[in-house]
Design a protein around this ligand. Structure first.
Ligand SMILES: Nc1nc2c(c(=O)[nH]1)N[C@@H](CNc1ccc(C(=O)N[C@@H](CCC(=O)N[C@@H](CCC(=O)N[C@@H](CCC(=O)O)C(=O)O)C(=O)O)C(=O)O)cc1)CN2
Ligand code: MET
Ligand SMILES: [Zn+2]
Length: 720
């Protein structure tokens, strides 16, 4: 049964080496271009042909998506909520993704422990599943027409259902997984269609199988794969981001298993007997070169499996395209790196036994060893000291960023290109800060922000100003839809050479009598959204950052900034997927946050912000952060924060976001007021803040002005 190609990747980036998909999407949405489908087809073709050119034997298809692969799966099986159904195909797809002025979008949340976001399917007890799209087969045929026989990739039914939520109005206790038996025939139908088109192998992605599953869920896994294994094509189940653990025995019927041997260890090898095993030894989650030593893992597998294939640990969606584009990187560092293109080369070389050892790695690390427990005075004492801020009940504020205009981005690009000098660039940034301050005063907000116009990104900006971090020029990774980030590379000990944000914060504060929040990104989030060195424990890197930020907090306070926000939107994201590892993580991550913030005096109000956090799950940790005020995503998760156990006892300031900033739609006053009243039914008025869900950088000024005016009006109504 040795018919599987000798090398493969589980998936590939899809935004385009120069973000071609981003540009095609955004010009399609603003109506200025009709090249979306053509660009998409071109990107797919380019990927298949490039992978073949690099010598990769097993090439995946249907890894492309116009927006999100979970949304694609919902559309594939027709799990489309009634409210979107009247819309024509593509409008409907983007309405589910982004909303329209009339319709809010589906919920969006983090894909496991990555910075990728997926749309949460809504499933109810009667959703009539059926095969409603031929995308997988169409893309298979599209590749075949180019002479590339691919392995179609589908999101597996278990992960799909576990990531879905019960549609609003579902009976108490209803879980989407209870619909498995109704969904399986649709999967059987897609598999049959793919077999008919000529596919010999189909990959089913099941990252949910590396999380803790109940006996009932494990039984569902077995039932699903016993059935799908006989549907036609051979089935490769990919369980990545960790160990398959208890789920592996339940996959006994399938023909192949892809193991994540970077995040997970070798399983009970007897369970692999007779199977094709994709040995995921090349990491899809970092940018470091792979050592040929990984072949010892492959050697351990060989005697047990029917065949062993060299592969990536997970889809390469989470790494940038090509390190060769990074001509500005320090050559010694660049030598240590592999992006998607280089990883494919490594996989091919490993499969041919010709991978060379990488260069001698990192400089000698210092690690980190703070043992002090960081505490501030009790909250009651701090609250009294902070009364000097003179804030009204239900104060209004925003999360930090204001729209990143085309002008600002162009000015930054011009600065990098050398066509604008630093002085000219900074003049523009100061002018933008003044504009943002005046706008907030005009709107009547209580706690102002400077708007973050000097930042390309809340993480990259800090990395650019810290020793030990490098940034890329073209290393884009998709975060959601058309939005991307360039994760910095933390390659050595992190240190702050000089203050980073103080001059922007003091400039903003000099323009107004109202308090302006200083704005920092927290240590966990900087690490979560960067590629991190591997030669010291993650927690040591986080603590190094915490120490650098502690210095920044002290400098801001000394410069007269009375409110300092330290964002930790990724606190929940780094939570280990297995419960057994969670308490330890929460202890050191919360400890690092407290180290960063606890140098502040009682009178300085510390804010934090979290988003896409399923905050209810980490409420105790949020509490332990000990921030005076926490603003949190809530509008787009259907207010689940407000029903979290313990929420009514939350003792400090809390601002559950009252509208979703990731959608272009503008909320009206009544809607925001209703949201605030819902919050006030759960929390006492002296603890509630009124704010959007997240920063406003992705919105246009017209949307922001209208939405914030409505927010201020709604807050005024509930105060009365
Ligand atoms: N790192 C990170 N992760 C996060 C978030 C976040 O803010 N940062 N927020 C949450 C949601 N995720 C998000 C991720 C990205 C963006 C986002 O807006 N990204 C921008 C890019 C931001 C950036 O780096 N901008 C640079 C570069 C801008 C650019 O494209 N410049 C042009 C040239 C200028 C032009 O013509 O526009 C180019 O390089 O080609 C800058 O402003 O300097 C985008 O995709 O459009 C928003 C939210 C969770 N994860
Ligand atoms: C993804 S959290 C964003 C927080 C940041 N202060 C902003 O407003 O953009
Ligand atoms: Zn946010």
């Amino acid at each position: 049964m040795t018919d599987f190609p000798a090398s493969t990747v589980l998936g590939y980036p899809r935004i385009g080496p120069r973000r071609e998909l981003k540009r095609a999407l955004e010009s399609y949405w603003d109506g200025s271009s009709d090249r979306l489908q053509a660009t998409a087809a071109q990107l797919r073709a380019q990927t298949w042909l490039r992978l073949r050119e690099l010598g990769l034997a097993g090439i995946p298809s249907n890894t492309f998506s116009l927006y999100d692969h979970v949304l694609d799966t919902a559309v594939l099986v027709d799990a489309v909520p009634e409210r979107y159904r009247h819309l024509p195909e593509l409008d409907r797809y983007f309405a589910m993704a982004r909303g329209t002025q009339e319709l809010p979008p589906l919920r969006m949340t983090k894909w496991f422990d990555t910075n990728y976001h997926y749309l949460v399917p809504e499933i109810d007890a009667t959703s009539p599943f059926r095969l409603a799209s031929d995308k997988p087969a169409a893309e298979y045929r599209e590749a075949l027409a180019l002479g590339v026989d691919t392995r179609p990739v589908l999101l597996g039914p278990i992960t799909f259902l576990l990531l879905a939520q019960a549609a609003p109005g579902s009976p108490e206790g209803f879980t989407p997984l209870s619909r498995l038996d109704d969904l399986l025939p649709v999967y059987t139908a897609v598999l049959a269609e793919l077999a008919e088109a000529g596919a010999t192998w189909v990959q089913l992605d099941e990252p949910a199988l590396v999380t803790d599953l109940t006996p009932g869920q494990l039984a569902a896994v077995r039932r699903a794969y016993d059935q799908l294994a006989s549907a036609g094509p051979k089935i490769l189940v990919a369980g990545y981001f960790g160990d398959l653990g208890e789920a592996l025995p339940a996959l006994s019927a399938v023909h192949g298993i892809a193991l994540d041997l970077v995040r997970g260890g070798l399983p009970d090898l007897s369970l692999l007997r007779g199977k094709t095993v994709v040995a995921g030894v090349v990491s899809g989650r970092d940018v470091w070169r792979t050592s040929p030593d990984v072949l010892t893992l492959v050697d351990r597998l060989r005697p047990h499996a029917a065949e062993v294939v060299i592969g990536s640990s997970c889809p390469l969606l989470h790494v940038p395209y090509d390190v060769e584009q990074e001509t500005d990187l320090d050559p010694d560092l660049r030598d240590r790196l592999a992006f998607a293109e280089q990883k494919v080369r490594e996989i091919v070389a490993l499969s041919r036994g010709s991978l060379l050892a990488g260069p001698i790695s990192a400089p000698v690390p210092a690690g980190f060893g703070i043992t002090a427990t960081a505490t501030r005075s009790p909250y009651a004492i701090r609250a009294k000291a902070q009364a000097r801020l003179g804030l009204p009940p239900v104060p209004t504020t925003t999360i930090g960023s204001f729209p990143q205009t085309g002008d600002l981005r162009e000015a930054r690009a011009a600065l990098a290109a050398g066509t604008v000098d630093v002085a000219e660039y900074e003049t523009r940034v100061r002018a933008e800060i003044e504009h943002v301050i005046r706008l907030q005063e005009r709107l009547g907000l209580d706690v102002l922000v400077h708007g973050e116009p000097e930042r390309n990104d809340m993480v990259q900006y800090f990395a650019e100003h810290l020793d030990g971090c490098a940034v890329t020029r073209h290393g884009w990774v998709q975060s959601y839809g058309s939005r991307c980030t360039r994760p910095p590379i933390i390659h050595a000990d992190v240190k702050r050479a000089e203050p980073i944000t103080v001059r922007w914060a003091t400039h903003a504060q000099s323009l107004t009598d109202r308090p302006v929040k200083g704005m920092l990104t927290g240590p966990v989030t900087i690490v979560a959204w960067s590629f991190v060195r591997r030669d010291i424990p993650l927690r040591d890197v986080v603590w190094q950052l915490a120490d650098a930020l502690r210095g920044e907090v002290e400098d801001l306070e000394a410069a007269g900034i009375g409110i300092i926000q330290v964002d930790e939107p990724a606190l929940r994201e780094l939570l280990p997927l297995r419960q057994s590892a969670q308490p330890e993580y929460l202890e050191w991550s919360v400890g690092a946050y407290r180290w960063a913030t606890s140098g502040a005096s009682d009178a300085t109000q510390i804010h934090t912000h979290l988003c896409y956090s399923n905050a209810g799950e980490v409420l105790a940790a949020i509490d332990a952060l000990d921030a005076d005020v926490t603003t949190i995503e809530s509008a787009r998760s259907g207010g689940t924060l407000l029903t979290a156990p313990g929420i009514a006892d939350y003792s400090r300031g809390l601002g559950p976001g009252v509208y979703d900033i990731h959608s272009p739609r503008v909320p009206d006053v009544a809607e925001i007021e209703e949201h605030l009243r819902k919050i006030l039914r759960v929390l006492p008025a002296d603890r509630v803040w009124a704010n959007p869900d997240c920063g406003l950088k992705t919105r246009a000024y017209a949307q922001v002005e209208a939405a914030l005016a409505n927010l201020v009006a709604a807050a005024a109504r509930v105060r009365g």
